[in-house]
Design a protein around this ligand. Structure first.
Ligand SMILES: [Ca+2]
Ligand SMILES: [Ca+2]
Length: 169
């Protein structure tokens, strides 16, 4: 019997094949694409919640007045300023320019959040009337589709929050 040193080519190939199959199984189990989508959606849900809370408190405390917007503004312009005029969340500050002026949305949120992708349809949208507002985001993780269809809004393809969900349609 021939005495072997190390592994034969066939043994090496078998080991490599097993490793490849295991790696594929692990990758399938982790599913990096779905994990990334889920992670971005978590950011979106958190961002919209923070933004909605900030706007609601600012409205309650009379720090901002909503304006009647003709069309939605989106985060695609990358302007995060909470000045009411350059960012995608539009408003006026009561008494602006006077010593008694309110300070606006900046008291409640330091900057407007941007969608983690912020391109194409994956942007945050905002539109208001003089009395109500709506914010939209698109969720990409398949398990979150139900959130977009059960949010009470008028568009099943977006996640809608705000005080009137029929402003953006
Ligand atoms: Ca919806
Ligand atoms: Ca809507």
């Amino acid at each position: 019997m021939r005495k072997q040193k190390g592994f034969t080519l066939v043994e090496m190939l078998v080991v490599i094949a097993i490793i490849a199959i295991l790696a594929g199984a692990v990758l399938l189990a982790i599913n990096p694409v779905a994990t990334m989508r889920k992670s971005r959606d978590t950011t979106r849900l958190s961002d919209l919640d923070s933004l909605r809370s900030a706007i609601n408190i600012a409205l309650t405390e009379g720090e901002i007045n909503l304006v009647d917007m003709a069309a939605p503004e989106t985060s695609a312009n990358n302007i995060q300023a909470v000045d009411g005029t350059t960012g995608y969340v539009r408003f006026t500050i009561p008494g602006e320019g006077t010593p008694q002026a309110k300070t606006g949305l900046g008291r409640y949120i330091p900057a407007l959040p941007l969608d983690p992708t912020n391109a194409g349809t994956l942007v945050y949208s905002f539109q208001s009337t003089a009395d109500n507002y709506e914010i939209n985001a698109v969720l990409e993780y398949v398990d979150n589709e139900v959130k977009m269809t059960t949010d009470g809004g008028d568009n099943d393809a977006v996640y809608e929050v705000g005080t009137a969900l029929n402003i953006i349609n």
